[in-house]
Design a protein around this ligand. Structure first.
Ligand SMILES: O=C(O)c1ccccc1N[C@@H]1O[C@H](COP(=O)(O)O)[C@@H](O)[C@H]1O
Length: 233
């Protein structure tokens, strides 16, 4: 899986349709968050997922940590991919794999200024149960671990790409202007953006999504040319 583009924080069907039209691959739905500040209802998310699949994949982005609850929630929404942003233990990830072997699991690695050793340990302990890691940015001012709109030190993500046996999705403050440089520096398998694609009304802006997809595809093709990799999705 190389050269994948995800857009996160879907609000409604019209926004999902626009993102699909502009060529993104996966759409992320932030649900069951600790602050209960979801942008859409679970029923609306399920209806959108039904409309976009199977051509595009719907991904639940959540802080759930219990394997049984995660499995049941994915079935409720109708997705076969989950992005786990909470502190899920390797044991629970193993349990999730055993009760939902076909579920595609993305595990977040929340990047701070000084935690590369901790992140490397998470990769080592949990890679067996994870399909893809996603690096995202910690905001020390608010404690937020996702949708912060902040970039982190891409050198840390590049290091994690090198040491992880699983592919890595790069996220955190990506936008149409910086995504090409980010891909060149980090060489991830995938990219993901939320707030950097929004307009002043906090909805995704079609022109920003278009440029983000175009710049990402060009950069992925460039690094595939360097390495001989071919886009598989
Ligand atoms: O998308 C959300 O609303 C969200 C909520 C809680 C945790 C993570 C969330 N999204 C993830 O954060 C990254 C980065 O966001 P941004 O581009 O910096 O705004 C986003 O791509 C989602 O994967």
């Amino acid at each position: 899986m190389q050269g994948l583009i995800q857009v996160a924080g879907i609000i409604d069907q019209a926004e999902a349709d626009m993102i699909v039209e502009e060529g993104a691959d996966w759409l992320g739905f932030a649900l069951r968050l600790p602050a209960k500040n979801e942008d859409l209802s679970e029923a609306d998310a399920a209806a959108i997922v039904e409309a976009i699949q199977p051509k595009n994949k719907g991904v639940i982005i959540t802080y759930l940590t219990d394997a049984a609850e995660i499995k049941e929630f994915c079935a409720q929404i109708g997705v076969d991919a989950i992005q786990l942003h909470g502190d899920v233990t390797p044991a629970e990830l193993g349990r999730l794999r055993s009760i939902a072997p076909d579920l595609y699991v993305l595990k977040s690695l929340v990047v701070k200024s000084d935690n590369i050793d901790e992140l490397a340990r998470i990769v080592e302990d949990s890679a067996e149960w994870v399909d893809m890691f996603i690096t995202d940015t910690f905001n020390p001012a608010t404690g937020a671990k996702g949708a912060t709109g902040l970039v982190h030190d891409w050198g840390i993500s590049a290091e994690l790409v090198n040491l992880s046996p699983r592919p890595l999705m790069l996220a955190g403050g990506l936008n149409p202007e910086n995504v090409a440089e980010a891909i060149d520096q980090v060489r991830p398998a995938a990219v993901d953006a939320h707030t950097g694609l929004e307009g002043p009304d906090r909805r995704k802006d079609r022109l920003k999504v278009r440029k983000f997809v175009r710049e990402s595809r060009l950069a992925f093709a460039r690094i595939a040319g360097d390495t001989g990799q071919v886009r598989a999705s």
